[in-house]
Design a protein around this ligand. Structure first.
Ligand code: ZN
Ligand code: ZN
Length: 231
């Protein structure tokens, strides 16, 4: 018995028995990355479905209303979407843990959930502040072409792989942005388009505000996945 314990102790020293094994860590990292990558077809498919459904159902309405304003602000109702995503991620974890292993299941579900919040954060940021690197500059141009150029194109926000695969990727030389819906970070304090964005964006229309009549027109066009009018 004593000899057995001593043998085990020697093995533990050589295999790091006191923490998770290297194999578990590698499985966890790979499963997390796989879950995060699996978010991408969801990002593409869910976004496309919101446009195809034309306002049928809460999620489609919430997204098309986002197109009406083309801005981001915290609406408490968004917490329902966050809760839904977290519950779905937990469900993913349990289902996969049952058929694979606990480590794989938890890491995969966590990766998928983090993938969603990565998207959510960068979508929010794109509306609120200018880019800080080339990828953020691409993300903004890609996403605002979706808002102001072709709402049925560029369904992917953080990656374009599925748009390229299904022929819905659209990247013009310049994105035409209606002045009244433009992101505030495009302008200097006098309302002129900042020089650093002039290669990628063009401001169209002269109106700087939206009255109720225009809001109704914007809503009808957004719900039909048509571009907002430059007025
Ligand atoms: Zn947006
Ligand atoms: Zn959209």
């Amino acid at each position: 018995m004593r000899a057995h314990l001593q043998k085990k102790k020697r093995e533990c020293h050589s295999r790091l028995c006191y923490g998770p094994s290297m194999e578990s860590i590698l499985i966890g990292v790979a499963a997390f990355a796989g879950g995060a990558l699996l978010w991408l077809p969801f990002e593409y498919g869910l976004h496309l479905s919101f446009h195809v459904l034309k306002g049928k159902g809460f999620a489609s309405r919430a997204h098309l209303d986002h197109h009406v304003h083309a801005s981001w602000h915290f609406d408490p109702i968004i917490t329902l979407a966050w809760l839904g995503v977290v519950l779905f991620g937990i469900g993913f974890s349990f289902a996969l843990a049952a058929i694979t292993s606990t480590v794989f299941g938890i890491a995969f579900g966590a990766g998928w959930t983090v993938g969603y919040f990565f998207y959510e954060w960068h979508h929010r940021q794109s509306h609120l502040r200018g880019p800080r690197n080339r990828w953020e500059a691409w993300l903004r141009k890609n996403h605002f072409q979706h808002h102001f150029g072709h709402p049925m194109k560029n369904q992917g926000v953080t990656a374009s792989i599925f748009d390229r695969l299904f022929g819905s990727y659209d990247m013009p030389e310049k994105v035409k942005v209606p002045r009244r819906l433009a992101m505030p970070w495009l302008f200097d304090s006098e309302g002129n388009l900042l020089a650093e964005y002039q290669d990628d964006y063009e401001i169209v229309g002269t109106s700087t505000s939206t009255d109720e009549r225009q809001r109704q027109i914007d809503k009808a066009r957004a719900y039909a996945s048509r571009t907002p009018e430059p007025v």
